[in-house]
Design a protein around this ligand. Structure first.
Ligand SMILES: Nc1ncnc2c1ncn2[C@@H]1O[C@H](COP(=O)(O)OP(=O)(O)O)[C@@H](O)[C@H]1O
Ligand SMILES: [Mg+2]
Length: 587
């Protein structure tokens, strides 16, 4: 319940409209009470006494009451729905903003589908509950109160009899409510699994087809759907049981009241008008009670969903600005790794980087080579603080990177990786992502530097071509050049190239390489080398093996040392491997 109250705290900014809505809800409830009240004068004065004035007054009163009631209901629903939609919008914005603040480790631990389900289906469950809540809860409670007044005024003893059925109904509603909440939690989890599966098989459509897995994927989806269906059916069994059971309990009360009330009318204690007015009020209570029990079910569902929402929302990002973080305006001197040890949070036993001490001076080109899994990507990921060192520290111009604002650190570092992330937008906007304030000419210039201008011009809509999700409408080499143009536009003093060309075929690789060479000019570069030519040109080469620095020096020095690097080089050279991908060679 605590979580649900937190959701309701999102209503605060809209308190004024909600207050008005609550007042109109009371007006509507009062009209319900008044209608039940009118049954007595109608019976006793019109039908028993045959009073002509009343015959005119009551129909007019009824029209008047329904007019007020209609306007009140419209106003109440309008205002409450307004508040609800705004709350949901605010909540989704908060979750999304929170996602944006989280570190990469957070995304590694969770699937895209899982995160999507929190912001879509969990928030959706909350929204549905709120709709029920805002439309029904307050008005129905007020209506019940108004009708209760009528009951007690007409005959308090009968009214007390009617109340006897309340406690058992309450217990019933509570029991089933708990069950519904538990089932909702499970089904929201299933919903998340489903989203994950959906994201995977839709975005992996190419692989699904290549392996002829369409049928299996459908089966897998159907199986998950079936699990969700079973849970939903269990929930239906519980939630649909509430109203009929409560109704049946109510019928016991009604039966007793007709018997006792009828006896009292026969003995003259009550007028028929009293009795019918009482019965009208009692019958009119049926609908609010039914709606309230449904509201309870949906609040239980929403509580379960809210729990899942706040579970994520309450996580603190593990990488964030220190309270005393400083801005760095420019990169002046060096980046220094000081006895850096690193283990991934999900595998704290294994050191991925061991005792790395290293200084890269401004303008240097550092090539990092090593087997796949040696820790090359991990090493460079520490520079823009995608992860923080587990032990030891990283200094930029003498300042610990953990004492530098993330924003300023990331604005002086540029990253181009093997995995190219483009957005489903125009090429122009994808390049502009590098520096959103850039001018049109600057974007074109960046594209020229990245060797992308020519092919972009040849596209049907040039720079306005929309490139599809993840850039599916471009070839690998074209995508990479757009990504490079983006980095050129950003113009960061520190550049990280993580196997930027390794996913490409030889032909497009050559063009990308030219673009990369231009991008590297005048910058401090960490390049996870893929081509021997790049490595040879590096000011220093770092050979990484199982997270440790094995060798470090210039191409010439390392050859003279006769270690790992020279063995590799000889192997390549003798087999005429010159300018062949390093990955083709077994380290
Ligand atoms: N997010 C992660 N969580 C746990 N282990 C990881 C993660 N990313 C990489 N690793 C492990 O860390 C080691 C180094 O990985 P990586 O730096 O990507 O190597 P390289 O780039 O040299 O191929 C590998 O053994 C890999 O399995
Ligand atoms: Mg790597």
């Amino acid at each position: 319940m605590r979580y649900y109250l937190r959701i309701l705290s999102y209503a605060k900014p809209y308190w004024f409209r909600i207050s008005i809505a609550l007042i109109t809800a009371q007006v509507v409830a009062a009209t319900d009470g008044a209608l039940a009240w009118l049954v007595k004068p109608m019976m006793d004065r019109i039908f028993v006494e045959k009073n002509a004035a009343m015959l005119k007054f009551i129909p007019i009163a009824i029209i008047g009451l329904y007019t007020v009631r209609g306007i009140g209901r419209y106003l109440q629903n309008y205002l409450m729905r307004y508040a609800n939609l705004r709350m949901i919008m605010d909540l989704r914005t908060d979750i999304f903003r929170h996602f944006q603040r989280m570190s990469l480790a957070f995304y590694k631990d969770r699937s895209t589908g899982e995160l999507m389900s929190r912001i879509t289906s969990d928030v959706g469950a909350v929204r549905n509950a709120n709709v029920g809540l805002v439309k029904n809860l307050f008005r129905q409670i007020f209506t019940l109160l108004a009708l209760m007044v009528v009951l007690f005024r007409r005959d308090w003893q009968l009214a007390l009899m009617a109340c006897v059925t309340v406690p058992p109904s309450g217990i019933l509603i509570d029991r089933l409510g708990r069950k519904i909440k538990r089932l909702t939690k499970e089904s929201q989890e299933k919903q998340a699994d489903l989203s994950t599966l959906l994201v995977e098989s839709l975005s992996g459509a190419r692989i699904v087809k290549a392996f002829n897995m369409e049928k299996q994927e459908t089966k897998r989806y159907r199986r998950q759907l079936h699990k969700l269906y079973s849970l939903s059916m269990k929930k239906v069994k519980a939630s649909e049981l509430v109203s009929p059971l409560v109704e049946w309990l109510g019928s016991l009360g009604v039966a007793a009241i007709i018997y006792v009330g009828g006896t009292r009318v026969m003995s003259g204690v009550l007028t028929p008008g009293d009795f019918f007015s009482f019965m009208a009020a009692l019958m009119m209570m049926y609908s609010p009670i039914r709606k309230l029990t449904n509201v309870n079910s949906s609040i239980q569902s929403a509580t379960a969903a809210a729990e899942r929402i706040f579970e994520v929302l309450d996580l603190e990002p593990d990488i964030k600005d220190a309270p005393d973080a400083v801005e760095i305006k420019e990169f002046k001197d060096s980046i220094r790794f000081d006895q850096v040890w690193f283990a991934y949070p999900d595998d704290p036993e294994t050191w991925t980087l061991k005792d790395i001490t290293l200084e890269v001076r401004k303008g240097e080109l550092l090539a990092i080579v090593g087997e796949s899994g040696a820790g090359k990507s991990t090493l460079v990921d520490l520079v823009p603080r995608f992860y923080d060192a587990t032990k030891g520290a990283l200094y930029i111009d003498g300042t610990d990177v953990r004492k530098v604002t993330l924003n300023s650190l990331r604005s002086i570092t540029g990253v181009v990786t093997q995995e190219i992330i483009l957005f489903n937008d125009t090429i122009f906007n994808n390049i502009l992502y590098g520096r959103p304030g850039a001018t049109f000419d600057e974007v074109i210039e960046a594209a020229r530097v990245a060797h992308a201008h020519e092919f972009i011009e040849d596209l049907p809509h040039g720079y306005d071509t929309v490139i599809g999700e993840r850039g599916t409408r471009l070839s690998g080499g074209q995508k990479q050049r757009v990504a490079i143009a983006r980095a050129v536009l950003k113009n960061p003093p520190i550049l990280i190239l993580d196997e930027a060309t390794s996913a490409l075929d030889t032909q497009s690789e050559r063009m990308v390489q030219v673009a990369l060479d231009r991008l590297m000019e005048g910058r401090t570069v960490f390049v996870i080398a893929h081509r021997l030519s790049t490595v040879q040109n590096a000011s220093r080469i770092l050979v990484l093996d199982k997270g440790e620095i094995k060798e470090m020096g210039s191409h010439q020095e390392l050859l003279e040392q006769g270690g790992l690097y020279s063995r590799l080089h000889q192997l390549q050279f003798s087999q005429d491997y010159e300018d062949k991908p390093l990955s083709a060679v077994n380290f």
